[in-house]
Design a protein around this ligand. Sequence first.
Ligand SMILES: *Cc1c(COP(=O)(O)O)cnc(C)c1O
Length: 461
Amino acid sequence: MHSFHYKQVDGRNTLHCEDVDLQALAEEHGTPLYVYSKATILDHYRRLDAALGGRPEGGKSGSSDALVDHLICFAVKANSNLAILNLLDHEGAGFDIVSGGELYRVLRARAEREKEGPASDCTFAGVGKSYEEIKLALNEGIYCFNAESEAEVAYIDSVAGALGKKAPVALRVNPNVDAKTHKYISTGKSENKFGIDFEVVRDAYARAAKLEHITLRGIQMHIGSQLTSVEPFVEAVKKVAPLAEELKSAYGIEFFSIGGGIGIVYQDSLASGEAGWWKQRDSGENTPLTIEKYAQTLVPLLKPLGLRILLEPGRMIVGNAGALVTKVLYEKKGAAKTFEIVDAGMNDLIRPALYEGHHDIVPVTPAPDSQGDGSGSSVPVDIVGPVCESGDFLAQDRVLPPMEQGDYLAVLSAGAYGFVMASNYNSRPLPPEILVDGGKSRVIRERQTYHDLVRGETIPR
Ligand SMILES: *Cc1c(COP(=O)(O)O)cnc(C)c1O
């Protein structure tokens, strides 16, 4: 489903998130501004859960009558706002975390719930877990540490021993499969820093099994992010499944985590009056990978294993649920290019600079004479931010309708790896985040103030 679309308000076409007018929202809260759709997040989560066979009434994921016994662990790093985590928690999601800070966020998001072991459906990923982080996770009863090296397994064993506990561990296997995605978000090849090489992981399990304070609970893999076809997933599952079976009989492991990485559609301008990128996605055009295709292809390969299947989607749940709204400050016609200077910079959304990430950018309130969808435009422009870096752009050579100072633009598909990667570079306060639910909008994170910028700093006397 899509939740960003144009609607007529007082005779003008204005971009809405669900039933909320983004022009009005930007005027009320200022820009830059992150806006998320609750309905889209829920739709994505529920569709994935349903495609895996759903769960019993009022129960957690993992029913026996599901197509496959499963647990969806939302990858917190994609969007870690407490309100978003709380929303997914209420849907029955577990969480995949990569730091003590993310675990803290999950605990806070769940604070009001009476739940045994608030981390009992959380997995702890990442190549560099520290002593403090391991201790915190053990004390909170983490479901599993997904370990990425033998040195880490040995260290977790020693920390668990010192605390008089047994640590649940899965090894992350690097299946050496090409995810065919951007090199910075590819993780499943031998030359990446992630996981333990497929060829040696059996021996690593054998050695880990001898450690006194370790319980071998599962096996994990994650081959990359923003995958746009199902084939690399199939290749990796086919490669690792026999190993998972073997480890199940040898050590009694209970789960196989197939990681995250489902790609989303970033590129397709809004068609007139509709969110084109979603329409295309749902109709299967230009969308090699849908939630349903992913599940329908993989479930038959996974079900026979008789293991609990863990999934760690991040981008797929929240990516297309968010937009970054920004204001045009100045137009600058250079000798070679025209620049539209906007008030959101690489510190607010770094994906274009970091990964050459594409985001569709559309006018919030198109001029009445334009087509209302970005067509009818003339010269390509660069949309750049105020940050003092040449890499500070949101789009380059983009054909957009003519715009004026003060116009608002929406940078689409910014719900994942957007705000979470924002920084204070150039001493720019972090933007606010807003969650839209139907016609209501809630501030789920306030805009930072200048005072926030210097909090904790002191001048030595
Ligand atoms: C980042 C990450 C994910 C989530 O990836 P998406 O592409 O956002 O789905 C899942 N698992 C691990 C181990 C990760 O590092």
